[in-house]
Design a protein around this ligand. Structure first.
Ligand code: DC
Length: 227
């Protein structure tokens, strides 16, 4: 694995919610000594700003203006990645349900996406990154060295989300319905919908443990580095 440090790859991991992208991306980045960039956190930061400013998730012009007036920083720290919006740590707040839904809604707007994609390219251009999201292999880095599309059966993804995020007073059915709505929106929007890039390696994690998924990706990385 030491060879990897010499050739700094761009690794794209895309897929739907609950497929295990975040955990895998963060473990892989740690192993390789790479930076883990969670692009969804940027859409979440913008959704949070819209909530705080009482702006509509449907108002593309207002959202773009808010994005342009914001500094969103994805920072690595010992306890995991921190997300800063204009210097304020919003890492925990952006996982709440209102922000989760908002992120999916603000991400349908092409101009918002263009702004995000530019920032994401700036962050990843030097390589040595594992960037995860929905359009990394198709749009942000179409020439990424390695593209993984991580998928899993919807029932499993819903179960994983429920295990991760037990919210008081919210039924399992409501949480599952929210995930399905979000999935549908992310896959059917006109601008860069969630889809596997043609040259992505599709991994179905339904029956695989986290270690197995990681092992397979590491093998693919090794093969790339040998090229
Ligand atoms: O990965 P996540 O669940 O934190 O992403 C939140 C939302 O952001 C997701 O529902 C769709 C959007 N998103 C996107 O459109 N493109 C990305 N590269 C990452 C996230």
């Amino acid at each position: 694995m030491t060879e990897q440090a010499k050739r700094k790859l761009i690794i794209a991991i895309d897929g739907p919610a609950g497929a295990g992208k975040s955990t895998i991306a963060s473990r892989l980045a740690r192993k390789l000594g790479y930076v883990n960039l969670e692009s969804g956190a940027m859409y979440r930061a913008l959704a949070l700003k819209a909530i705080e400013w009482d702006a509509s998730f449907d108002d593309e012009a207002a959202l773009l203006k808010m994005a342009q007036g914001s500094t969103i920083i994805l920072e690595r720290s010992i306890g995991g990645n921190r997300v800063l919006l204009n210097g304020k740590d919003i890492s925990a707040r952006i996982r709440d349900r209102d922000v989760t839904e908002g992120a999916s809604r603000v991400s349908v707007h092409p101009k918002v996406r263009e702004w995000m994609v530019e920032r994401q390219r700036e962050m990843g251009v030097g390589g040595g990154v594992v960037m995860e999201g929905r359009d990394i292999g198709t749009k942000v880095f179409p020439d990424a060295d390695l593209k993984i599309f991580l998928d899993a059966d919807p029932v499993i993804r819903e179960q994983r989300r429920l295990d991760q995020q037990k919210v008081k007073g919210v039924s399992a059915e409501a949480m599952s319905a929210e995930l399905r709505d979000r999935d549908h929106r992310d896959r059917t929007r006109a601008a860069s919908p969630l889809a596997a890039a043609q040259d992505a390696v599709v991994l179905d994690s339904t029956k695989l443990s986290e270690d197995e998924v990681l092992g397979r990706i590491e093998k693919l990385v090794e093969d790339k580095v040998k090229l």
